[in-house]
Every structure is written in structure tokens, then in C-alpha cells.
Design a protein around this ligand. Structure first.
Ligand code: NDP
Length: 332
């Protein structure tokens, strides 16, 4: 059973020294437990926060222990009445070939609706984050302008498409020509900004002639400072992620935006997707319907091999992924 451990806590950017691969015996399930073979592993930006020894909404990873994240796996052996060998399941598991979990920690993956990978993306945590963050905090209304940063990623691409379904003008900010083309031509965003090559301030002015009513913030930093300068009265700013800040070794003192919130009676609110846990079912039903109807499209970037999970994770911070970043560990 190959496992990837947290070898040291990164200061600033993680690198190959952050991770270590180890062999350990394959675990076996006790009564009420299930042995799962990892098929797809999700790498997510929030995991960077768990690598620090700091208080947050999830406990830090332990040093020299296996990293954990969202997994879709296949049941190899079950000692729980709800699962049988061959079932596809999802849950929080280790970055390893095999995991043993209690049956209660697993959920069946319904492949009648969509391919199993979607349980980690559009029909999983990132899709739900987009759904509840935009609809509950953003409260989009027909004709409003929505700006989303990290727009071509797992969360951002769904945010923009839901905003389009709600009749909004959607402006996406992302970091490569391929992503820009995807957002504009395939997802039908109204305007797109490449923050690496465009003058973001000027581009926002042109892309948002009527100002910004909702800003869905996945990145923070300078991009967000520019967007907040263009907000309208009663704007809603949804703080979903701050990926531009996750690898900084000291806090970033950006321009202060509070005056802009004050004079526009604007709302800025952070959230964690699990705040909406008791409504996940409702969100998944709606997202699955939109996907089935072709109203929401999704992309996945799949890297092969457990040994490549650290690189796939680091790739998130370099923008190597278009859509949801996954690692394929074994075949179904
Ligand atoms: P993505 O699929 O969007 O992958 C991360 C993307 O972020 C990269 O592809 C890259 O795209 C962009 N990025 C990386 N570094 C920077 C930077 N310095 N400045 C601007 N953009 C950058 O990841 P997710 O969709 O999974 O997550 C998006 C955000 O949402 C993250 O901040 C994450 O932490 C947050 N999140 C929050 C949740 C919550 O409950 N609040 C739940 C899930 C995610 P590009 O090429 O455009 O730079």
C-alpha cells in the first residue's frame, strides 16, 4: 500500500520536500468497515492551509502522516451491510492505494447520473461550493453583473455558468489564453480577462460598464482589490477562496477596501461549503439536472499515478488545471 505523507510543513511554496512516499501493509477491514481501493483522488487548494500548523476550519495535517482528501474508490472487501465488493464509493480518504473506513463515512456514487469523477467536481464539493456561495450569498438577479476570479477552475467555472442561467452578465478572470477561450467560446461568458497579460484595472472598466453587483472571489490579492474598486451600491462579495495568498510566508497588506464597502452599502461574506451541509442533497439534485440538460458543462484535468499527486497539487498554484484537477490511481 503506497502512501504519500506530509514530510515537512512548507514555508511559502510547497515543493518536493513537502511530500514523502512510503510503503505500508494493506489494511484489512473489521466488522462495520470497508476496504476501498483508490481510483480517483482529488487535489484541492484548501489542502495547502492544512499543511500549516495553524488553526483553521479543518485540523492541520499531522507531520509524517498520510495526507487525506476527497476520493472516489471501489470497494474491495466489505464488512458493512450497505456495501459490496465492486461498489463505487466516495469519502475522505488517504493519498494511498487502499483505505479502510467505517461504512458511515462512505457514500455510494451513482454512475447513472454522470461519470464517477464528477463526485469530486461538478457534482461534489466544488460544485456545491459554487452553488451555495453564489445563490445564497451572491443572490444573483437578472441583468446584474457578476465577476468571478479563478474562473476556469472547478468552482469558478460552475459559478459563471449558474450566473448565466440566472440571467446575469458574467465576467471571468483567469490566467491563460486557453482558459480565456474556454470561458468565452465554450461557456459563453460575456467578457473575460487574462490577469497575467491584461491590464486588469482597465480591462475591468471595459468589461463592467455598469459596475459590479456580485464578486465571487476565489483568489484574493491584487485582482480582488481591482474588482472591489468597481462595485455598485448593494454589491455582494462572496469570499470563497484566497489562493493568491495561500503560499505567502507573511500576510499581504493590500489596499484597504472597507471604504468602498461602506459607501456602497455592500456585503462581504466568507463561507465554508459545509455551512450548507444540511442542504447538499438539494444542491446536488439541481446541479445534476443542469449537467444532464447540458446547461452546465464541466472539464476535468486528470493526471495518472499516485506518485504524481504532489505535482498535481502544486500545479493548482501554477494554474496548470483547466476545470477540476484529479489524480487517477487505479482502474475501475
Ligand atoms: P481551481 O480548480 O480553481 O484551481 C486553482 C486555480 O487558481 C488555478 O488553476 C489557477 O488558475 C488559480 N490560481 C492559482 N494561483 C493564483 C494566483 N496567485 N492568482 C490568481 N489565480 C490563481 O480550484 P478550486 O476550484 O478547487 O478552488 C477555487 C478556490 O475556491 C480556491 O481558493 C479554494 O481554496 C476555494 N474553495 C473554497 C471552498 C469553501 O468552502 N469556501 C471550497 C472549495 C474551494 P489561473 O490559471 O486562472 O491562475
Amino acid at each position: 500500500n503506497r502512501q504519500i505523507l506530509l514530510a515537512e510543513r512548507p514555508k511559502g511554496w510547497p515543493d518536493e520536500n513537502t511530500f514523502q512516499m512510503k510503503e505500508s501493509p494493506r489494511p484489512s477491514p473489521q466488522e462495520g468497515e470497508v476496504l476501498v481501493r483508490t481510483v480517483y483522488l482529488s487535489v484541492d487548494p484548501y489542502m495547502r492551509g492544512r499543511m500549516n500548523d495553524a488553526k483553521s476550519y479543518v485540523a492541520p495535517f499531522e507531520l509524517n502522516q498520510v495526507l487525506t482528501g476527497g476520493v472516489v474508490g471501489q470497494v474491495e472487501e466489505s464488512k458493512h451491510p450497505d456495501f459490496q465488493a465492486g461498489d463505487l464509493v466516495t469519502g475522505m480518504m488517504g493519498w494511498q492505494d487502499y483505505s479502510v473506513l467505517k461504512g458511515e463515512e462512505l457514500r455510494q456514487v451513482d454512475t447513472r447520473l454522470a461519470p464517477p469523477t464528477t463526485a469530486l467536481g461538478v457534482l461534489g464539493m466544488p460544485g456545491l461550493t459554487a452553488y451555495f456561495g453564489l445563490l445564497e450569498i451572491g443572490q444573483p438577479k437578472q441583468g446584474e453583473t457578476v465577476v468571478v476570479s479563478g474562473a476556469a477552475g472547478a468552482v469558478g467555472s460552475v459559478v459563471g455558468q449558474i450566473a448565466k442561467l440566472k440571467g446575469c452578465r458574467v465576467v471571468g478572470i483567469a490566467g491563460s489564453p486557453e482558459k480565456i477561450r474556454f470561458l468565452k467560446e465554450e461557456l459563453g461568458f460575456d467578457a473575460v480577462i487574462n490577469y497575467k497579460t491584461d491590464d486588469v484595472k482597465q480591462a475591468l472598466k471595459e468589461a463592467c460598464p455598469d459596475g459590479v453587483d456580485i464578486y465571487f472571489d476565489n483568489v484574493g490579492g491584487e485582482i480582488s482589490d481591482h474588482v472591489v474598486r468597481r462595485i455598485n451600491k448593494y454589491a455582494r462579495i462572496v469570499i470563497c477562496g484566497q489562493i493568491a495568498l495561500y503560499n505567502l510566508d507573511k500576510p499581504d497588506e493590500g489596499p484597504r477596501v472597507q471604504t468602498n464597502l461602506l459607501i456602497n452599502s455592500a456585503l462581504m461574506k466568507g463561507f465554508i461549503v459545509s455551512d450548507y451541509q444540511d442542504r447538499f442533497k438539494e444542491g446536488l439534485v439541481q446541479l445534476a439536472e443542469w449537467v444532464a440538460q447540458g446547461k452546465i458543462q464541466y472539464r476535468e484535468n486528470i493526471v495518472e499515478g499516485l506518485e504524481n499527486a504532489p505535482d498535481a497539487f502544486l500545479g493548482l498554484f501554477k494554474g496548470e488545471n483547466l476545470g477540476k484537477q484529479l489524480v487517477k490511481v487505479s482502474d475501475i
